[in-house]
Write a protein that binds this ligand. Structure first.
Ligand code: PLP
Ligand code: COI
Length: 347
């Protein structure tokens, strides 16, 4: 069956669409992971006493498969997602999925859903690996059984309009993570507490909120589910990884790219007062890619950047990053991994 007529590639948003197949593997606490199986996409059965449902023992990842200008389907630094999932598993007391098994599973799911990968430049196939404690458990302790699943959805831009400046509001009431907590891993429980503040900001006309640190309420942490960058006098600043910020793979890639281009990149605590006087700001993540920030408001104080246009350095980094991701630019850093589609789907 062709995907033609199923999806209008030109009007995709970041929203859920069921696709053909998903991957599932299970593992008992104390056992080693064994490779899982592909199955038709659909609902699953789970115990109401599952650790993930009662105590949030769960992690997720977010990745994209893109159609390269060369015609193939490519992944961006997927081994980093595998390593991050394993780090998160250790933090939440779950058996880490071996990175090689993770990569093999990702390739299988993408290859089997290849018809859902949008044409180059029209979006991406968003890949959502999840690791859950699915065994029943009443006490607050690691579950006796774990499930690793992967499903995929074709998506468009995370923020409306894509490469269009967004307005953000600094959250003066809520924080995302505190020292010693789970902010540095993609724990599912990190996300629900942000929904209400984010929804309120959206109803006030903002695209998202900016979180400040939970101790001094002064330093920028993240933009919803994306990392933060600003530019001042040609120098690029991003909050250092203090344990409360998610170590974004896009963030790490932008730092490497910018240094390679000759920019000075400073990873340190980034004070909101400094940011309100910056020249350019943007946020970055798999879903957000690089999204320019046109305005930041804290209380009644608002700063507009670049006359609400895309800043020159933001644009340069966006072009460089997306160029590598779609193979318009050569992959000098070895970040791209091709998915052997024909080989797998012919099995
Ligand atoms: N920060 C948070 C809280 C996130 O959920 C994400 C998304 O994964 C990011 C930052 C960006 O990380 P990455 O670039 O690896 O997608
Ligand atoms: C991502 O950028 O992949 C994320 O996980 C962000 C989000 C949709 C929660």
């Amino acid at each position: 069956m062709s995907e033609e007529g199923l999806i209008d590639w030109d009007s995709m948003t970041f929203s859920f669409t069921p696709t053909d197949v998903m991957y599932r593997a299970t593992c008992n606490q104390g056992d080693a992971w064994q490779p899982g199986e592909m199955e038709p996409y659909g609902d699953i059965t789970i115990s109401p006493a599952a650790g993930v449902l009662n105590y949030g023992q769960g992690l997720f990842e977010g990745m994209k498969a893109q159609r390269s200008v060369n015609g193939g389907i490519v992944l961006f630094r997927p081994e980093r997602n595998g390593a991050r999932l394993a780090d998160g598993a250790r933090r939440l007391g779950m058996p880490p999925v071996p990175v090689e098994m993770f990569l093999d599973a990702i390739e299988q799911v993408v290859a089997a859903n290849a018809r859902w990968v949008p044409p180059t430049g029209k979006g991406a196939l968003y890949i959502r690996p999840v690791l859950w404690g699915t065994g029943a458990i009443l006490g607050v302790a690691p579950a006796p059984e774990y499930t690793f699943m992967i499903y995929v959805c074709p998506v468009g831009p995370y923020f409306k309009g894509g490469m269009h400046p967004i307005a953000l509001k600094v959250s003066d009431e809520y924080h995302r993570a505190a020292p010693g907590g789970s902010g540095a891993v993609k724990a599912i429980g990190n996300y629900a507490p942000g929904m209400m503040p984010s929804k309120n900001a959206k109803s006030d006309g903002f695209a998202e909120i900016i979180y400040l640190d939970a101790v001094e309420h002064r330093y920028i942490e993240e933009v919803g589910a994306a990392n933060f960058f600003c530019v001042k006098d040609g120098v690029i600043y991003t909050p250092e990884l203090t344990g409360t910020i998610l170590p974004g793979i896009t963030r790490a890639s932008i730092i490497e790219l910018a240094i390679h281009k000759g920019y000075k990149v400073v990873e340190e605590k980034v004070d909101i007062q400094f940011v309100l006087e910056a020249d350019e700001c943007f946020c970055a993540g798999t879903a957000a890619v690089i999204s320019p920030i046109g305005a930041i408001c804290q209380g009644d104080v608002c700063t507009t950047y670049c006359n609400n246009q895309v800043g020159a350095i933001t644009r340069e980094l966006y072009d460089a990053l997306t160029g590598i991701q779609t193979q318009v630019e050569s992959d000098e850093f070895g970040w791209i991994r091709a998915v052997p589609v024909a080989e797998i789907s012919a099995e």
